[in-house]
Design a protein around this ligand. Structure first.
Ligand code: PLP
Length: 409
């Protein structure tokens, strides 16, 4: 039975008060806290078998290689990839998206082609396509949301044409919380346009709910390790093998080659041809431990807990006059991310007052400035939840926000 209070015991950072007050961490959409098994796995690599991978013919190097490759298999199983070779380790979702931009889009797309993205994208899945359009004359078309913050798939015909070579969208918005209907969108597009590549930014989904890349029918999926209990510095690109096979390497160097001669180089196989140089070995191993941890909890339970916290927070925050939440109101249609404004109060003032109570939230555009401009609003405040969030945390948020209201009224 899932119990956030039991889960919290695994997080060393939650055990130590800061300035005598407990830490109320409500910024998991930015990065998650790390549980003991992940910290132990990283420590174990650095204290017991530090060695480079793929090179040493000695025990600790062989163990490091095996654990690095085991992590790849764990990630593959976690997202239901067909084959572990479909998993490329990168630094984060941003680097995975840049890999697609450099090795696929810049190679394959030219003037006259079209890319469709959405207004709710994180900058990391917006700027590359905007720049591609400036550099190459590839049209970048933007699929807008409705007033509730939902994409309307009936609108697809307006955006997708025979010239669309890439459709990309986030699985879950990091501002609106909207969960997009991936399978429906993919099915609809592939029915009329099977060769259109569909790229999903799953940075806010993989940590929070069960997912199955094969079931989606999409072509490429990206996410970061640090938002799903793993360390910073490790990210994932999943893509179908034929797509990866046709993409040239993104960076050159050691490990991504099979043979190097004075005038010729033979590149390594997928996925190694995209992992040049010494990778973040400890990061991958830590991510493997994070996947084990989440799998033990069960992703259905993780999702149910977040729905419960989101519903509770909606009720609690609605008691604060002048506070408006953006995005869909139904917790079944959204992840555990709530962005809001308070009438007449700047989000930075909100965050500063909350910080006095150790309530950590994020304020600003959350790397989604076009979305804020679309809604014609300035920066917002954002609280986001995860497996260790409790109703008491949300009560602390509500009481600190009530304090803010009194101070600035
Ligand atoms: N995509 C979404 C939806 C995000 O929320 C984020 C980070 O907040 C990213 C991409 C980028 O992730 P990273 O900074 O780990 O590369």
């Amino acid at each position: 039975m899932f119990d956030a209070r039991t889960v919290r015991r695994d997080f060393p950072i939650l055990q130590k008060p800061i300035n005598g007050k407990p830490l109320i961490y409500l910024d998991s959409a930015a990065t998650s806290l790390k549980p003991r098994p992940v910290l132990d796995a990283i420590n174990d690599y650095y204290t017991r078998y530090t060695a480079n991978i793929n090179r040493g013919i000695y025990k600790i190097s062989e163990e490091a290689t095996e654990r690095y490759e085991q992590a790849r298999k764990k990630v593959a199983a976690f997202i239901h990839a067909k084959d572990a070779r479909e998993i490329v380790f990168t630094r984060n979702a941003t680097e995975s998206l840049n890999l697609v931009y450099y090795s696929w889009a810049k190679e394959q797309l030219s003037h006259g082609d079209e890319v469709v993205g959405t207004i709710m994208e994180h900058h990391s899945n917006f700027v590359p396509w905007q720049q591609l359009s400036k550099e190459r004359g590839v049209a970048f078309r933007i699929w807008n949301v409705d007033k509730r913050g939902l994409l309307d798939s009936h609108d697809l015909d307006k955006y997708i044409t025979r010239k669309t070579k890439l459709l990309t969208f986030t699985a879950v918005s990091n501002v609106l919380g909207t969960i997009n209907p991936i399978k429906n969108i993919v099915k609809k597009v592939k029915r009329v346009h099977p060769s259109c590549i569909i790229l999903i930014d799953a940075a806010q989904m993989v940590p929070h709910m069960p997912m199955n890349v094969q079931d989606w029918g999409a072509d490429v999926v990206v996410f970061s390790g640090h938002k799903m209990l793993g360390p910073t510095g490790i990210g994932v690109l999943w893509a179908k093998l034929d797509i990866l096979g046709n993409m040239p390497p993104y960076q050159y160097g050691g490990d991504m080659i099979k043979e190097v001669h004075v005038h010729e180089t033979v590149f390594n196989d997928v996925p190694h041809k995209f992992e040049a140089g010494t990778p973040d070995i400890a990061g991958a191993i830590g991510l493997g431990a994070a996947v084990d941890y989440l799998s033990r909890l069960g992703m259905e339970q993780v999702r149910n807990h977040e729905k419960e916290m989101t519903k509770y927070a909606f009720n609690a925050l609605s008691s604060i006059k002048g506070l408006s939440i953006i995005g869909p109101k139904d917790e079944k249609k959204r992840g555990g991310v709530i962005a809001f404004t308070m009438k007449g109060i700047h989000p930075h003032d909100i965050a500063q007052v909350l910080d006095e109570d150790n309530v950590c939230i994020r304020v600003g555009f959350h790397c989604a400035q076009p979305l804020h401009e679309f809604f014609n609003i300035g920066p917002t405040a954002r609280a986001s939840f995860y497996i260790y969030t409790t109703k008491e945390d949300i009560d602390s948020l509500t009481s600190s926000l009530t304090k803010v209201k009194k101070m600035f009224a």
